[in-house]
Write a protein that binds this ligand. Sequence first.
Ligand code: SAM
Ligand code: SF4
Length: 329
Amino acid sequence: MLIDNHGRPINYLRLAVTDRCNLRCFYCMPEDGLNWLSRKELMSYEEILRACTLLVNMGIKKIRITGGEPFVRKDIMKFLTALSKLEGLDELSITTNGVLTAPYVKQLKQIGVRSVNLSLDTLDAGRFFAITRRDEFGVVMHTLDELLKHDIAVKINAVVMDGKNTQDIIPLVQLTKDMPVSVRFIEEMPFNGDGQIHETRLSWDHVSILNEIENAYPQIQKLTDPEYSTSYNYHIPGHKGSVGIIAAYSRTFCGTCNRIRITPQGTLKNCLYDDGVLNIKELMRLGKNDDTIKDYLLTAFNNRVKDGWVAEKLVQHTGMHESMAAIGG
Ligand code: SAM
Ligand code: SF4
């Protein structure tokens, strides 16, 4: 088992396989997109598989594939199939915007993917367009149907944004009445790729989101949160699904953080808010062997910062202008 220098187990890897995306969510990237990584800058699938094999041998049990949009990367299903065969990996899951996902749902089920996080900030086609700058609402709803039809557990991720979709909070909660989905509301984070420093106070934080839901559903009940959960979880009596709130900006969950990240260019991040602590791809391209790379990884895990506030402070000189698509969320 991997344990960091603060006594926290590390068993979960979030792996971004591309920075490219077919949507342009305004909270994630500018309208013109990003300065996309070249193919050479990206980790190849072989390199990713090697990194995952090392990490699973060291104690990683769960891998979530993210991006950018994972399904825009060529041959993603071939890669996922290979990854799903990794000995020692207990769980492979995916975060997707659902635009290209529907045709792959059956195959995902076959290779053992049991849960998918689907990003959906609104149930209104017009607001979907205003947020994502693309007209794909219907396709995403179709993906939701396909996932449920194939009995894949779905978590819907909705970023809550003042003036953009707060009127969607209650309709999204209402989805849990007849659908066995977990709808999770996420505080907006300052990773929109435009170099703007984020306001220091969020107008819609986890407390105001909960207040809004409690006003509409006074009967809401708190659930016991699973170990390492980043969400506060709730259930409304009589509903099939559940509701979660993720204090992603308030960072209330760092004390039990069990996750690391690898960006599309192979940078290891010990924290969402750090600048990257090691480039695994570079080590591989320098010809380092597995044992040496493991030593580098262990050193990195022994130097994790306490929480996202410390991590953010350490990178403050550059400002927070990364795009979430280049991190993976
Ligand atoms: N493209 C896929 C998707 O949207 O599901 C995967 C990558 S996306 C970067 C992963 C998650 O990060 C999504 O659920 C998205 O809503 C969330 N996200 C992106 N930018 C964010 C921001 N500035 N604040 C909070 N969450 C954000
Ligand atoms: Fe693309 Fe996901 Fe970022 Fe939206 S949140 S622009 S879907 S990477």
